[in-house]
Design a protein around this ligand. Structure first.
Ligand code: G6P
Length: 477
């Protein structure tokens, strides 16, 4: 019997019969995890209730899957989401200690909301359920669940990077958040580099590792710690792109390009994405390679994000100013070098844009994985693929060895990579694409979910096997 799976994440993609299909990476990942099993997806509804208003969980059931959501109060939202999660954990785990704005009140709110999640979830948990918790909003959730007597297998997956202990130690009261990861049975990171950083952190907390370093013991608990690079539904995405390229949206876009080559960036508006550096890199490209002026269009699609967090409002101003400077400097009445769009597009529209783009620019300053990079590859026409220019600081760089890797801080290197990409001979583009597509097909989101859940199963069997052997030994002794 396949155990029931409870997935917990800050946001829940509750199906909306009237809305578009859920496009986000997390929704695709959770759907893969819940594919062949009964399950619950639990988290925040996205709604804010008035402080003091008691709201109970809302449950929507679709076939063998239930979506259970709770509202956050205005104070919870401020302290937990805008505060500790997105003004302390997000910057520090993205190596931006300089941007962290810690307050004890926000940490209190974060811990309180985690306790609320555990309290609300508790009554849905059966003893043989498996629980899979996602991302930095919910680091202490297992501790709260254990405190309520749930000794179910609980796994955690960190979607964002994990820096070295030197940086993690800058996190005030890190024992309350990072170190509570030891309450899970399995902790997954995006890359081996992240996993190794976390292992070093736990070593400093007194954990002892076995020889293969995939499990540690701390305070009487055995925890597995491994990397599981998150993936996409590669073949489905390729199919979506093949269809979407024939849409009216794609035709209109193609007409507007007027035979110019498309250079494309798609990112949430977030300082970790390196958008200002990318725009400067593009400006440098126009400066160093003037022969490309008039012959390229750079489209930057950037839906706004976390707008109530001050650093996010600042980055918006910076980007607008830079786009204006470059368009003012190089633009002509009949040619705008950069198109900057603050809207979110459907999965299909994005797939069409990816397929049309001769160059995909994915140059975050730091990124757990970056699924845009993987989607860009999946969306290409194998006969005439575009070229991915990828930051060495994106988790995806550990896997996508056919991309042109750049340091996003080096404008000249970015400029040269764009030129190389635009000039790359067809045979080389095909060969690089084939290699990466093959990797992404073999390592798609279904396989990712399967790998994580098998590891969670193993984490249960290993100690039991050990206990059985010990009891055998004791009985014989
Ligand atoms: C990143 C995080 C996710 C988060 C998403 C959107 O990908 O890893 O956990 O859901 O950003 O951010 P938001 O704050 O809008 O949920």
């Amino acid at each position: 019997m396949v155990p029931r799976l409870i997935v917990v994440s800050n946001r829940v993609a509750v199906p909306d019969p009237e809305g578009p299909r859920q496009a986000g990476g997390l929704a695709v990942a959770v759907n893969a995890a819940l594919k062949h099993r009964e399950g619950i997806w639990f988290g925040w509804s996205g709604e804010i209730s008035e402080d003091g208003a008691e709201t109970s969980p809302r449950v929507i059931t679709r076939r063998q899957r239930s979506f259970v959501t709770i509202d956050l109060s205005a104070t919870d939202f401020q302290e937990y989401y805008n505060g500790f999660a997105n003004r302390v954990l997000w910057p520090i785990l993205h190596y931006r200690v300089d941007l962290a704005e810690f307050t004890a009140v926000d940490l209190g709110g974060y811990l309180r909301v985690n306790a609320r999640f555990a309290e609300a979830l508790s009554r849905f948990i059966r003893p043989d359920d498996w629980i899979w918790v996602h991302d930095y909003h919910l680091l202490p959730l297992a501790k709260e669940l254990r405190a309520r007597g749930h000794d179910n297998p609980i796994g955690f997956f960190l979607h964002i990077p994990c820096p070295s202990p030197d940086i993690l130690m800058a996190l005030p009261q890190h024992a309350e958040t990072m170190a509570t990861l030891a309450q899970y049975d399995l902790v997954g990171t995006q890359t081996e580099h992240d996993a190794e950083n976390l292992r070093h952190y736990f070593e400093q907390q007194g954990a002892t590792f076995g020889r293969n370093r995939v499990a540690f013991d701390l305070d009487g608990r055995r925890v597995q710690l491994r990397s599981f690079p998150v993936a996409i539904a590669t073949k489905v995405y390729a199919r979506t792109a093949r269809t979407a390229i024939r849409s009216d949206f794609a035709a209109e876009m193609r007409d507007s390009l007027n035979s110019r080559k498309l250079i494309l960036g798609v990112d949430r508006l977030d300082y970790s994405k390196g958008i200002p550096h990318r725009i400067q890199g593009f400006g440098q490209f126009l400066e160093t390679f003037p022969q490309w002026r008039h012959h390229v269009t750079y489209l930057q699609v950037t839906p706004k994000s976390r707008s109530e967090v001050p650093e996010y409002a600042d980055i918006n101003q910076t980007v607008i100013t830079l786009v204006g400077q470059i368009n003012g400097r190089y633009g002509e009445p009949a040619w705008t070098p950069i198109r900057y769009v603050n809207r979110a597009y459907s999965r299909a529209s994005l797939a069409a844009l990816y397929r049309m783009a001769a160059v995909g620019l994915v140059t975050p300053l730091r990124d757990g994985m970056n699924l845009v990079a993987k989607e860009y590859i999946a969306a290409q026409d194998p006969e005439d693929p575009g070229v991915l220019v990828l930051s060495q600081f994106a988790g995806a760089a550990e896997e996508l060895d056919g991309a042109l890797l750049v340091n996003p801080l080096e404008a000249e290197a970015m400029a040269a990579a764009i030129d190389t990409a635009l000039q790359m001979p067809l045979a080389e583009r095909q060969e690089r694409h084939r290699r990466m597509y093959r990797h992404l097909s073999a390592n798609d989101i279904d396989r990712w979910a399967e790998r994580f859940l098998s590891a969670l199963a193993e984490s249960q069997q290993a100690p039991r096997l050990f206990d059985n052997l010990r009891s055998l030994f004791v009985a014989r002794g």
